[in-house]
Ligand binder design. Structure first.
Ligand code: DI6
Ligand code: FE
Length: 405
């Protein structure tokens, strides 16, 4: 006899695992105990059981709780003034070279208290929660000194705890060169490796590290040194790679068996082959593509042909992707990148979990954490079809209600 804390009935499940499209189980039931899914299948096959509580989901669809696997949710202020400059013709790279861009967010983030950052991040987390998000990756990278980077990472964890969502933190150590190190990038990399990274690791504030490899940011050689130091401390790696140019980032990510390589608009064939061989997830960020009016598409056909898992994320950040809706990112991934709705949904569930190294979520299966989103849709493709519709009915984290109907 199975015992459930909660039994969900009268629903259809998009499990995102198995051979059927979306891993669909029509007329499903889901039994939850101890915060995990302990039984899922066709309701007609439900074995003898006792349930402390039963909820009818009114024929709605259930998916895994969505996972936003690439965000910069913690930042002070915003960059609407640069948005206006770009609309008048200035490029992102020109603004960055003139000392704006990331460095203007650094100034505003350094000037914000930890409590201010928690409040601003919580507000953005609430927006993501309304899209069925139950786990979010949050990067630092707008502090660029030990106190400010650790402040950001603590704020990320506190906001996640306050909002009841799973938060995975990433120390984005090589994001931009602080003004005080102008012309001395290698000295900054030394400072990151010798001082900031050991402190982040000692305080247990990060699950992974990230770097921004581009001509306007850091080189492959600099990121290579940072990754080696981070891995020696037991941290996983992720990389902003080939967003504006084919700089060798994908091959670097593959050499370090990185969890993910993100952006990839300009990745070349050698980079693609390296990612495939390493099993690194390609994280697609169509919000940044849209906001920058980029025209070079990531090589979706090649990613597909090589079987490289594709995740989709908001990249929510104040400069290049002011996007606080993961469902909007799924729509953009379909409309701009021509992902199928099933690929896009996999990109915010099973492949997003893999991009974070999380084996306990991202699918609906016995043994998985009971992170679920319940949707007011007739078919799963609607999750990608609408743009801005309030589709979420309710959600659960670890079997407990997160958003209530
Ligand atoms: N992620 C980043 O970190 C950079 N671009 C991106 O997609 C820069 C973000 C920023 O301009 O603040
Ligand atoms: Fe980013």
């Amino acid at each position: 006899m199975l015992t459930f804390d909660l039994l969900l009935i009268d629903c259809h499940a998009a499990t995102m695992t198995g051979a059927e499209p979306y891993g669909a189980i029509p007329a499903a039931a889901i039994g939850i105990a101890g915060g995990r899914i302990v039984w899922i299948g066709a309701a007609a096959d439900l074995p003898p059981h006792r349930a402390a509580a039963t909820e009818s989901l009114g024929g709605r669809w259930v998916t895994p709780g969505l996972i936003d696997c690439h965000t910069h949710l913690v930042f002070g202020g915003n960059r609407a003034a640069e948005f206006e400059m770009r609309l008048k013709g200035a490029t992102y790279q020109e603004i960055a070279a003139a000392g704006g861009g990331i460095l203007s967010s650094v100034a505003m983030t350094r000037g914000a208290s930890e409590d201010d950052l928690v409040a601003a991040t919580s507000r953005r987390l609430r927006a993501l929660k309304r899209d069925g998000v139950t786990t979010v990756e949050i990067k630092s990278g707008y502090g660029l000194d030990a106190d400010s980077e650790t402040k950001m990472l603590r704020a990320a964890r506190r906001a996640g705890a306050a909002e009841g969502v799973g938060v995975v933190t990433t120390y984005l150590g090589l994001h931009a060169l602080p003004a005080a190190y102008k012309g001395r990038a290698d000295a900054y990399v030394d400072h990151v490796i010798d001082t900031i990274l050991p402190r982040v690791a000692a305080e247990g504030l990060a699950d992974a590290v990230d770097a921004y490899v581009e001509p306007i940011a850091f080189s492959v050689a600099q990121a290579e040194r940072f990754f080696a130091a981070a891995r020696a401390l037991g941290l996983k790696t992720k990389l902003h790679a080939e967003q504006f140019s084919d700089s060798g980032g994908a091959r670097l990510a593959a050499r370090h068996r990185a969890l993910s390589a993100d952006h990839l608009e300009y990745v070349g064939e050698d980079g693609l082959l390296a990612l495939a061989e390493a099993g690194t997830v390609a994280v697609l960020l169509p919000g940044a593509f849209l906001a920058l009016r980029e025209t070079q598409l990531p090589p979706i056909e090649r990613l597909r042909a090589l079987g490289i898992p594709m995740a989709v994320a908001t990249d929510c950040n104040p400069g290049t992707s002011p996007v606080t809706s993961l469902l909007a990112a799924l729509n953009l991934a379909c409309v701009l990148f021509r992902l199928t709705p099933e690929e896009a949904l996999a990109g915010a569930t099973c492949h997003a979990a893999r991009a974070l190294g999380l084996g306990d979520r991202g699918t609906l299966a016995a043994g998985q954490r009971a992170d679920l989103a319940v949707w007011e849709v007739e078919r799963p493709a609607e999750l990608c079809y609408w743009l801005g519709a309030p589709l979420l009915d309710r959600s659960y984290v670890g079997g407990k209600p997160l958003i209530q109907p």
